[in-house]
Design a protein around this ligand. Structure first.
Ligand code: CP
Length: 319
């Protein structure tokens, strides 16, 4: 990865919370990705690294299911010398008392809180009530910034830089697409999001990407899947019905059928294009089996990189 020469000399990590990719400056994002790459190399070589969470606890508060995010945060905290507590959902986020009071209690006990919840507003209320806590967004309805960190590391491993690269996102203009577009544009890449009419990225996300885009990066929103893939270095998709939208699954399956990433669509992309998915995948819906299992697929690299990027994030939040 190429940290911009102008910022390297003065670059220092600043954020104390990570509710959104927009909490990071481009320099913060580059520092986090560089730290993740170095922690990944150290782990693969079984080299020791600093343990900045030694003696500290992190609360994992999840209101929605998770395999990757929960597991990788558990491992990340422990590999950094800390430990996790996992209060059950019925007491975690406003079940018995207000979100604000839960935050004020946890602030007295733990270093940080990793939160998966519904509206971004719930996360923001929690963070505002406990300014001493390091709060991390582990997915909300609107954003999935930890996923975007892993996605950017995966892209940089493949392409060295995101400058001049095109990522075609085919499917719902959802939380994963939003955070991906913000992060990729900040690093100089262009994201083309192709969604059925009525499922496009929110205008507020489009505006945020325009604000943070650098080096010719940016965002295009379209209804045409071919437009998203025809110049893409990477093709990305996600489930058609996210958590909490299961009752819309049948209707969405009908609307999104032309947006399936299959060998026919992949063949329209340039030679060497890779396939990405945040997982879990619904094979046969948004992606065909043969694309998931193809040589182009980097989905398990993305999954692995959740661990390395979240370790880097926690280490930086502890610095
Ligand atoms: N991609 C992702 O966030 O996976 P989980 O829902 O399993 O955490």
């Amino acid at each position: 990865m190429r940290l911009q020469a102008a910022s390297r000399a003065t670059a220092r990590w600043q954020p104390t919370q990570f509710l959104s990719i927009l909490d990071l400056t481009p320099s913060d994002l580059e520092i986090c990705l560089e730290r993740a790459a170095s922690m990944k190399a150290a782990r693969q070589a079984r080299r020791a690294h600093p343990m900045p969470l030694k003696g500290l606890h992190v609360a994992l508060l999840f209101e929605k299911p998770s395999l990757r995010t929960r597991s990788t945060f558990q491992i990340a905290v422990r590999e950094l010398g800390g430990d996790v507590i996992e209060p059950p959902p019925e007491v975690a986020l406003g079940g018995r008392e207000t979100i604000e009071d839960v935050a004020r209690n946890l602030e007295r006990w733990v270093f940080g809180a990793v939160i998966r919840t519904f509206a971004q507003d719930r996360l923001e209320r929690f963070a505002a009530s406990a300014p001493g806590l390091r709060v991390v967004n582990a997915l909300t309805n609107e954003e999935h910034p930890c996923q975007a960190l892993a996605d950017c590391l995966t892209l940089i491993e493949r392409f060295k830089t995101l400058e001049g690269k095109t990522i075609g996102f085919v499917g719902d203009g959802n939380n994963v697409a939003a955070s991906l577009a913000q992060a990729v544009a900040m690093l100089g890449g262009h994201v083309i999001v192709a969604s059925p009419s009525g499922f496009e990225l929110a205008p507020s996300v489009v505006e945020s990407v325009a604000r943070v885009a650098r080096f010719g990066g940016g965002l295009t929103v379209t209804n045409d899947p071919l437009e998203a893939v025809s110049a893409a270095d990477a093709i990305y998709t996600d489930v058609w019905a996210s958590m909490g939208q299961e009752d819309q699954a049948a209707e969405r399956r009908r609307m999104f059928a032309p947006y399936q990433v299959n060998t026919g669509l992949l063949a329209k992309a340039p030679e060497g294009a890779i396939f990405m998915h945040c997982l879990p995948a619904h094979r046969g819906d948004e992606v065909s089996d043969d694309v998931m299992d193809s040589a182009a697929s980097v989905v398990f690299d993305q999954s692995e990189n959740r661990l390395h990027t979240q370790k880097a994030l926690l280490a930086l939040l502890a610095s």
